[in-house]
Design a protein around this ligand. Sequence first.
Ligand code: LMR
Length: 327
Amino acid sequence: LTTLALTFSAGSAFADSSSACDAGERIVKFSHVTGGTTHPKVVAANNFADRVNKEMNGKLCVVVYPNSTLFGDSKELEALLLGDVQLLAPSLSKFGSYSPKYGVFDLPFIFKDMDHAIRFTKTPEGKKLLKAMEDNAGFVGLGYWMSGMKYFSANKKLTLPSDAEGLKFRVQTSDVAKSMISAMGASPQAMAFSEVYGALQTGVVDGQENTWSNIYTKKFYEVQDSITETNHQLLAYLFMTSKDFLDSLSPADHDQFMAIADQVTQEANESVKAKEAANRANILKAGGKINTLTEEQRQTWVDTMKPVWKKFDGDIGTDVVNAAAGA
Ligand code: LMR
């Protein structure tokens, strides 16, 4: 197959995605949960598929299933374990049941910005984490894809953490995120990404935390009063596969596949800041409200949330926390 990346969504004209692959090509399924056309993960996943489908034509055919259409948050890792999918890019906040070490990426205010986080991923400690789930689950990280810094949104304006007292916030399945929300005097509720819009709309939760790209492409701004520019946490993905899949490739195909993965990862991280800035502007254009903080107000958020670090130091490892903070 040499055409552009194949992507399939609900209502797609293709009943069976594999019908677009040539006979004899091995189908490689890539499932993820984000949507829209301007999202950094959507673009990176499609770029990866385009590159493999062109450069490894006749051998592999990568088919991308965005928007939780194949597997959502709760099923995708299990599907990778079972070999029902070969590629994923889940948020690093979703690996709690496989390794607590990824919690380092969730520590509030540990990374000043995405450049800081990228520097950490290039340290020995950061690189080692690509394989933190290899022994217990057979998962292999191919690279880290940055998504953005995170911001709180709610059904009321949040200027200080105390404004969130008593509210319910949707979080990813991350113990660090849960502690952070509790530190604000609010209640965390873990929920799959595909359910967030509905939960905000019906008032099951009052708020959530996410990147500009997710808030824009999932239209959370429509069902939230405002978004506060807290920059409190990073959202990044582990572009990943299984050891079984990699081992099944010939040495030459393995090397070619890995080289494409590296190049696409680098390109994705080089363009992510521009995509986030564009989606911030898209939110404003669509009528969403963004609340900026003074240095003093922001410091209140830091003071409220940073104490959660010490709870996770043991599980994550002081060496890893120090490497991330000092990168
Ligand atoms: C979330 O669940 O909020 C995000 O991890 C979704 C994503 O993949 O960006």
